[in-house]
Write a protein that binds this ligand. Structure first.
Ligand code: AHR
Length: 355
């Protein structure tokens, strides 16, 4: 943490900025002022990139939260999906003596050295979204994100219930998986869930390849999968942008997308829950959207503010997430010990969507 003199000078600067700065959150003014009198924190945030709509919403949530009017100076770095860039950014944050580092890691491995450097410099690191796979968990202070494996399990349970309700046998499902960035926790969890469900239920998992969470790459992957396999009837896309690319490729190949596999339609499943994906869901072009909530800024802020008061923080914080379907054929799915209600998408729900 910074020395008292630095804190005082920063506080003066921030107080004078208060009238000029604005956060889009609705934190109470007096609460903000009280916070500013005692703190002015500098945060270095290393973001993966801007590969998806989810990522753009996640960046916005962080920027809206860690803004001057809330008492923060945010140093933001976009790593363009490259781990080397993230490592350089973290080293720069250490040199700049930031108070906290927030890291959204592109993949799980390869963080030990740089996180040890941050630890040696006495800077707490908060991991967001994907996880890091490190030799010692004390290299980071806390993690905030999603249970990706559970997301995949929810989607697979829905697929099983929905197709059974339609009278479709397990062996009649010919599935391809357009995976996320290989080695990212979200890819690992969602892929593992599908592979284990395919094995358990006897689904035909024809092929898996990475679309890198991006629309263009996913379209290319879908095109080659269609050339290699003539019988695809389910496309499991590990994010919304991949679903958009896959739908484009399917349409160009004169395949119709929809929920009626029996009538020759291809059923598309997606993860994230952006407004655009819910619009596709409402039209029946996507069959299921399993939510992955990008609005993580407030949860990270809560952790930082607890640490500032020298309070204990949870090592892991999971964000609550829903499952959206086009109709109520399946009302809920049971994953392990938890029952998840399926939310039927509507225009009203889409109008209220924040990302
Ligand atoms: O790690 C979360 C995933 O990363 C989201 O599902 C995807 O859209 C993003 O790029």
């Amino acid at each position: 943490m910074k020395k008292a003199a630095i804190i005082i000078s920063r506080t003066i600067i921030v107080l004078s900025m208060l009238a000029l700065a604005g956060c889009s959150g609705n934190t109470d003014r007096s609460e903000q002022r009280e916070h500013l009198v005692s703190h002015q924190l500098t945060i270095g945030f290393s973001q993966v990139g801007s590969e998806s709509d989810w990522r753009v919403a996640n960046t916005k949530s962080m920027k809206d939260t860690f803004c001057a009017a809330n008492g923060y100076t945010l140093i933001f770095d976009d790593a363009q999906q490259k781990q080397e860039k993230q490592i350089t950014a973290i080293r720069n944050f250490i040199q700049q003596e930031v108070d906290y580092i927030i890291l959204a890691p592109v993949t799980e491995g390869g963080w030990d050295t740089v996180l040890q450097e941050a630890k040696d410099a006495g800077i707490p690191v908060i991991i967001v979204d994907r996880m890091v796979d490190v030799s010692n968990d004390n290299l980071y202070t806390a993690w905030v994100g999603s249970d990706f494996r559970r997301e995949g399990e929810k989607a697979c349970k829905w697929l099983r219930s929905y197709t059974r309700a339609m009278g479709i046998k397990a062996k009649e499902l010919h599935i391809v998986n357009i995976q996320g960035t290989i080695g990212a926790t979200s890819q690992i969890g969602r892929t593992e869930a599908l592979e284990s469900a395919a094995k358990k239920y006897g689904w035909d998992l024809l092929a898996s390849a990475s679309g890198d969470y991006a629309r263009t790459k996913s379209k290319e992957v879908m095109e080659s999968m269609l050339k290699a396999h003539g019988n695809i009837n389910v496309v499991y896309c590990e994010n919304d942008n991949e679903a958009f690319g896959a739908i484009e490729a399917l349409r160009q190949a004169d395949k119709s997308v929809g929920l009626n596999i029996r009538a020759g339609e291809t059923l598309v499943l997606s993860f994230d829950g952006t407004t655009a994906a819910l619009e596709h869901l409402l039209k029946g072009e996507i069959g299921l959207v399993t939510e992955c909530n990008p609005l993580q800024g407030p949860a990270v802020r809560k952790i930082i503010e607890t640490l500032e008061k020298e309070g204990a923080v949870p090592k892991q914080t999971y964000i609550n997430e829903k499952v959206f379907a086009h109709d109520d054929t399946v009302e809920s799915v049971m994953v392990h010990d938890t029952q998840y209600d399926i939310t039927v998408v509507s225009q009203k729900l889409i109008d209220k969507r924040k990302y």
